[in-house]
Write a protein that binds this ligand. Structure first.
Ligand SMILES: Nc1nc2[nH]c(I)nc2c(=O)[nH]1
Length: 271
């Protein structure tokens, strides 16, 4: 195949990437895909045995990760003894990288073309509630998209009701009954919010703020893939905490949460 570019035909590019992954991993169809955001990197090993690991830059349409800590690989993992396979997209493209919305959702469209019926979107985010300190995992119940854009083009009027599947959230709560839920607000970034913007998001019904996830979820819905979103609060958003947070505290909180969120993700995926 000539190297279909995202700009020319995003669906063809996703189909090409999915064929590349099937050939390179030897797994013809994957069942579930995961996007591992900040703090979630260690979860993959707990899901099962890695069948194959590909440099994401070798897969058509993917690029090298821009965010430190994001591994630049795509992994095929056998999910325990279920006979099902997970596709772990280690490198996420963020809108603020300026590569366009098609690049942001290429991984999701590739996973759909690879056959997955479920997508788990994870991220690190800012928390708007004092009762959710850094290290708290929060199920995403809905999102507010403040990016002023969409991965969809043309007259594709897609319904987004129950976008963050209540069925999958119930499965997650069977695994960990104490999981709170919140509304995720995607800002374009790369700057963090001002305290005034955080109050605006809070008064508008937001509980979590980040720079990913919402656009990926919309693309997944268009592709008919069921979505579960889980955020890891890694810091309190601007102005929420009276005293400034130290970056060391944020990093420590993420590390401390790793075992809990890793086993949570593995248990959910095994269902
Ligand atoms: N927009 C936004 N994104 C984030 N990602 C992380 I980690 N923390 C934040 C935050 O406070 N705001």
């Amino acid at each position: 195949d000539e190297n279909v570019t995202l700009a020319a035909d995003p669906q063809a590019a996703a189909d090409q990437a999915a064929r590349h992954i099937a050939e390179a991993t030897g797994i013809e169809r994957h069942d579930v895909a995961l996007v591992l955001g900040s703090g979630w990197g260690g979860a993959a090993e707990l899901i099962g045995e890695t069948v194959a690991e590909l440099p994401s830059a070798d897969v058509p349409g993917f690029s090298r990760p821009a965010v430190a800590g994001h591994v630049g690989t795509i992994r095929s993992i056998r999910i325990g003894d279920t006979g099902r396979h997970a596709l772990v997209l280690g490198a996420r493209t963020h809108l603020y990288e300026g590569r366009g919305v098609r690049a942001v959702v290429h991984g999701v469209r590739t996973a759909a073309a690879a056959g997955v019926s479920t997508l788990v979107l994870t991220n690190g985010c800012g928390g708007l509630r004092l009762e959710w300190p850094p290290g708290t995992p929060v199920l995403i119940s809905d999102h507010i998209n403040l990016t002023a854009t969409s991965p969809l083009e043309g007259a594709t009027f897609v319904d987004l009701t129950d976008l963050y599947s209540s069925r999958l959230r119930a499965v997650a709560r069977e695994v960990d009954a104490g999981l709170p839920e919140g509304v995720y607000v995607q800002f374009p970034g790369p700057h963090y919010e001002t305290p005034a913007e955080i109050q605006f998001a809070k008064r508008g019904g937001g509980d979590l703020v980040g720079m990913s996830t919402a656009l990926e979820a919309i693309a997944a819905r268009e592709a008919g893939v069921e979505v579960l979103g889980i955020s890891l609060v890694t810091n309190l958003a601007a102005g929420i905490s009276p005293q400034p947070l130290s970056h060391a505290e944020v990093l420590e909180a993420g590390r401390a949460a790793a075992p809990r969120i890793g086993s949570l993700l593995a248990a959910i995926v095994a269902r």
